[in-house]
Design a protein around this ligand. Structure first.
Ligand SMILES: NC(=O)C1=CN([C@@H]2O[C@H](COP(=O)(O)OP(=O)(O)OC[C@H]3O[C@@H](n4cnc5c(N)ncnc54)[C@H](OP(=O)(O)O)[C@@H]3O)[C@@H](O)[C@H]2O)C=CC1
Ligand SMILES: O=C(O)CCC(=O)C(=O)O
Ligand SMILES: [Mg+2]
Length: 422
């Protein structure tokens, strides 16, 4: 009889049994290849780290194409119920059609479970090829708001009665006179709330404090979208001022000191705050931020931003440290304890079933999961093995095409090499 048990949560604190059941969604496209390779490495690392004392029992749950084939549903209720019950899950990517068709199942999972933080650490591994000269300078952790913004899916197709009704309302009752082509516009709505912003920024500041990080940058396009992105910026600063006054120093405080006492006094206050171990909370407008992460990456650390900005920033930053094949993530609700770990990339359909792509994104999502469970020894083993394997230039196609003298291996063979090097 299996001794496996479910993970439980008590007031946000996880209780992880030694033999833990973890539900997984294999994913569409490349999902099956990367999951097979990664799950084997995770199992081997746990076995080696704890001599069999700790163990994961995977429990498959369905979503996406596999779910549709087997149950007729894209996201069965049973899948949501299982994640609710088992608290922690890991998933491969799921396809979302562009234009029409079903809405994103990835977004639906985050919304259904209210996994409001999308945490995406971006760091370089020794030896990974990168388009920038000093990839080691990029070490950031993205906190992407995961529950609102235009991902709420409130949009109406051009030419429909709903789009016309909303356009008429905006023009006739709200005085919106800048809809350039009202007869042929699709209309989308972008909700951004104070509560949603506060819980995300709070999580980012808590993380920065716990992990000894230097700054939290609020990234927004608040000059143009004043009451959504601009409000995000101000609510973010307010969290720092109202809840973390003794542990943060903000650029708004800096500006106030400049106004009152001059720049020298402000610089002195900031230096003293840094010396006292306070976190600097600052902000950047999204367009220039995308330049500065390339030109001055050392100046950024924890990044807190809204859903769409976070989506773009995730892939842009991934490129700086070797690409989307090595970009992990986690979707977390810090209050309920629920979390789904998943790669940043998608289903890469042109590589589906070829045993070709890099499994590192989902594997490193597993590493994040192991750390989240308190199984850091197994996580360390995997990261060290990645260093060793990539250092010996045994890599999948994505790295091989940018490396001189690399040995290109398949997805499954990269998994084998990682297990050998654990
Ligand atoms: N969380 C999720 O489940 C996500 C789902 N998606 C969905 O995935 C589908 C495809 O999206 P698409 O825009 O093509 O983006 P993808 O991230 O799926 O793929 C884009 C490109 O990224 C590279 N890539 C992706 N994964 C890997 C990997 N594991 N190893 C190496 N290279 C990789 C490949 O680059 P190259 O061509 O240069 O070799 C690939 O062609 C869409 O339906 C989209 O909605 C997208 C993002 C996240
Ligand atoms: O849900 C999708 O299809 C895309 C999601 C995405 O790009 C992301 O979460 O980074
Ligand atoms: Mg994305």
């Amino acid at each position: 009889m299996s001794t496996a048990e479910r993970i439980t949560v008590d007031q946000g604190h996880l209780h992880v049994p030694n033999h833990a059941i973890i539900p997984y969604i294999e994913g569409d496209g490349i999902g099956s290849d990367i999951w097979k390779a990664s799950s084997r490495v995770i199992e081997a690392a746990v076995e080696k780290a704890y001599n069999g004392e700790k163990k994961i029992e995977w429990k498959e749950i369905l979503a996406g194409e596999k779910a549709h084939q087997q149950t007729g549903e894209w996201l069965p209720q049973e899948t949501l119920d299982t994640i609710r019950d088992y608290i922690i899950a890991i998933k491969g990517p799921l396809t979302t059609p562009v234009g029409g068709g079903i809405r994103s199942l990835n977004v639906a999972l985050r919304q259904e479970l209210d996994l409001y933080t999308c945490l995406r650490p971006v760091r370089w591994f020794e030896g990974v090829p990168s388009p920038v000269k000093r990839p080691q300078d990029t070490d950031m952790v993205i906190f992407r708001e995961n529950s609102e913004d235009i991902y709420a899916g409130i949009e109406y197709e051009e030419g429909t009665p709903e789009a016309k009704k909303l356009t008429d309302f905006l023009q006739n009752e709200m005085g919106a006179d800048k809809i350039r082509f009202p007869e042929t516009s699709g209309i989308g709505v972008k909700p951004v709330s104070k509560e949603g912003t506060e819980r995300l920024v709070r999580a980012a500041i808590e993380y920065a404090l716990d992990e000894g990080r230097e700054s939290v940058t609020l990234v927004h396009k608040g000059n143009i979208m004043k009451f959504t992105e601009g409000a995000f910026k101000q609510w973010g600063y307010d969290v720092a001022h109202n809840e973390y006054a003794d542990r943060t120093f903000t650029w708004q405080e800096y500006d106030e000191i400049v106004e009152r006492d001059g720049k020298e006094a402000a610089n002195k206050a900031q230096d003293e705050a840094v010396a006292a171990g306070k976190i600097i909370v600052k902000d950047a407008i999204a367009d220039i931020f995308l330049q500065q992460i390339l030109t001055r990456p050392k100046e950024f650390d924890v990044v807190a931003t809204m859903n769409l900005n976070g989506d773009y920033i995730s892939d842009a930053l991934a490129a700086q440290v070797g690409g989307i094949g090595i970009a992990p993530g986690a979707n977390i609700n810090y209050a309920s304890g629920h979390a789904i770990f998943e790669a940043t990339h998608g289903t890469a359909p042109k590589y589906a079933g070829q045993d070709k792509v890099n499994p590192s994104s989902v594997l490193l999502s597993g590493v994040l999961m192991l750390r989240h469970l308190g199984w850091g020894e197994a996580a360390d083993l995997i990261e060290n093995s990645m260093d060793k394997t990539i250092g010996s230039k045994v890599v999948t196609y994505d790295f091989a095409r940018l490396m001189d003298g690399a040995t290109e291996v398949k997805c499954s063979e990269f998994g084998d090499a990682l297990i050998k090097n654990l």
